[in-house]
Design a protein around this ligand. Structure first.
Ligand code: SAH
Length: 214
C-alpha cells in the first residue's frame, strides 16, 4: 500500500464530499488516518472502498461514509472527552483522536479490544480501550462531552444519558420499526433532552455481556 494517501483522498473526494460531509476537521482526519491498517491484511487493498469490511467474529469496520457522518454529527471540538461504545477495529477511535479529542472506547469482545489497543498505541493514538459491556457506558471517566455508539441499539441506555455532560450530544444508530436503524442525535439540556433523526443505516447489533476468547 505505497499510495494509501492517494486512496484516502479519493475516498474523501468520491464518497464523502458528494454526500455532503462538510466538516473540514472530519475530512482532514479521514484523509490522514491509514484505514488499511485497521482491516485484516487480506482486505488491505479494499480498505478505502465504499463498504464496511469484516474484522473477525462477525463484526465489521463501518463504511467510511458512516464514520464521517457520525463524526460530523457529534459536532466535537478538540479537547473534548468522548466515549465510544463498540471499539471494533479502533478506526473510529483513531479518527476522533486525530481530531484532538480525549477518547475512551468500550468493546465487549476481548481479542478485538486487545488488537485495537495495540494498533492504536503503535500508531501513536492515545485512546483508552476498555474490555467491557458498553451498555453500562464507562462511569470511571464520566462525564463525557460526547458519546458515540457504533452498534445498533434498541434504546438509548439510561447510563449513557447519565454519563453525558450537560449540553452534551450522543449519536446512536437506533433500531426503527421499519427495519434497520436510523442515526439519532440526542442533546442533553437543562430542561431535558431533544432528539433529531438523520440517515438510515445498518450496523451490527449491540449485544449484552462480554465475550472472552483468551
Ligand atoms: N467503531 C468500530 C466498528 C464497530 S462494529 C470501528 O471503527 O471499527 C460494532 C462493535 O461493537 C463490534 O466490535 C461489537 O463487538 C461491539 N459491541 C457490540 N455490543 C457491545 C457492547 N454491549 N459493548 C461494547 N461493544 C459492543
Amino acid at each position: 500500500m505505497n499510495d494509501w494517501r492517494l486512496d484516502a483522498s479519493k475516498m474523501v473526494e468520491e464518497q464523502l464530499i458528494p454526500r455532503n460531509v462538510r466538516d473540514m476537521a472530519v475530512l482532514r482526519a479521514m484523509a490522514s488516518v491509514p484505514r488499511h491498517l485497521f482491516v485484516p491484511r487480506r482486505y488491505a487493498e479494499d480498505a478505502y472502498i465504499d463498504r464496511p469490511l469484516p474484522i473477525g467474529d462477525r463484526q465489521t469496520i463501518s463504511q467510511p461514509y458512516i464514520v464521517a457522518r457520525m463524526t460530523e454529527l457529534l459536532e466535537a471540538r478538540s479537547g473534548m472527552k468522548v466515549l465510544e461504545i463498540g471499539t471494533g477495529s479502533g478506526y473510529q477511535s483513531a479518527i476522533l483522536s486525530f481530531m484532538g479529542l480525549q477518547v475512551w472506547s468500550v468493546e465487549r469482545i476481548d481479542f478485538l479490544a486487545e488488537r485495537a489497543r495495540k494498533r492504536l498505541s503503535d500508531l501513536g493514538f492515545a485512546v483508552h480501550v476498555i474490555h467491557g459491556d458498553g451498555r453500562m457506558g464507562f462511569a470511571d471517566a464520566a462525564p463525557y462531552d460526547r458519546i458515540i455508539v457504533t452498534a445498533a441499539s434498541e434504546r438509548v441506555e439510561p447510563l449513557w444519558e447519565e454519563q453525558l455532560a450537560l449540553e452534551g450530544r450522543l449519536v446512536v444508530p437506533k433500531d426503527v420499526t421499519t427495519g434497520g436503524q436510523r442515526l439519532l442525535v440526542r442533546r442533553k439540556e437543562d430542561r431535558g433532552c431533544t432528539d433529531t433523526w438523520y440517515d438510515y443505516c445498518r450496523f451490527v447489533p449491540l449485544l449484552g455481556g462480554t465475550v472472552e476468547f483468551f
